[in-house]
Design a protein around this ligand. Structure first.
Ligand SMILES: [Fe+2]
Length: 241
């Protein structure tokens, strides 16, 4: 799991928020996740929150608007099938530099499909097909406790140059208008392309673990083959304190 909380402390993330907003997420705090999510936010560690390292936006930030601005990327309205690939639930909290929840932040993600292809006019890799059932771009707004969630698929790696394959990653952009902003990328533990990726390696060594997640098996109520990732986003100090 990610490790932005020194001494193993991690904010509580109970299922209430997720149940009320998307039923399928109700059981994410299953056996595997329970331990990781059990520690309460607060106490003396509040001032130890470590910032999430920023990462480049990359060339494929969406340029075409889409009617669906929700946080389930595995379904496209009007299509009966779901996206191809390993289902992932991503959930976490947006926190400030003092580990205080940031309410009302807009969290956007965009990513390649399982094939490694982006839905962007500049991604012309015809060997990797577009997935018509995948929603490539998603949105969520944090609640009172800074919580957000997404349902998506594991993005495929893709060729970024002749001798450069980008590891699987999901782009994140977080805004709280006028106050906080962060653009970064989330990676997956054990990815064979990670160590040679020049964008990932631009992060200082000591901070790299903060953008790597370890997908875990879900609780019983969620589809058994899915995986759950926890990714907290710690924003830099407010522009307008
Ligand atoms: Fe990318």
């Amino acid at each position: 799991m990610s490790n932005h909380h020194p001494q193993g402390r991690s904010p509580t993330l109970n299922a209430t928020h997720l149940v009320s907003r998307r039923q399928v997420l109700s059981a994410l705090i299953g056996a595997a996740g329970a331990l990781a999510y059990s520690a309460a936010l607060g106490g003396t560690n509040r001032d130890l929150c470590l910032l999430t390292p920023p990462q480049t936006e990359g060339p494929y930030y969406p340029v075409q608007d889409q009617p669906e601005k929700d946080h389930d990327l595995t379904r496209v309205k009007g299509r009966p099938d779901r996206a191809t690939g390993q289902i992932l639930y991503i959930l976490g909290q947006v926190l400030d530099e003092h580990c205080r929840p940031v309410e009302g932040a807009l969290v956007e993600i965009w990513q390649a499909a399982a094939s490694g292809r982006y839905n962007h006019p500049d991604d012309r890799d015809s060997r990797a097909p577009l997935d018509p059932n995948f929603q490539y771009w998603g949105f969520d707004t944090t609640d009172k406790e800074g919580r957000y969630s997404f349902k998506t698929v594991l993005p495929g790696p893709y060729q970024a140059g002749l001798f450069w394959t980008r590891p699987s990653h999901i782009h994140f952009k977080v805004h709280r208008r006028g106050y906080h902003e962060l653009t970064t990328q989330m990676y997956f533990a054990g990815d064979p392309y990670l160590e040679k990726d020049r964008i990932f390696r631009a992060i200082p060594t000591a901070e790299r673990q903060r953008v790597i997640v370890q997908p875990e098996p879900p609780g019983r109520e969620v589809e058994p083959g899915s995986r759950v990732c926890r990714f907290d986003l710690i924003l830099p100090p407010s522009l307008h304190p």
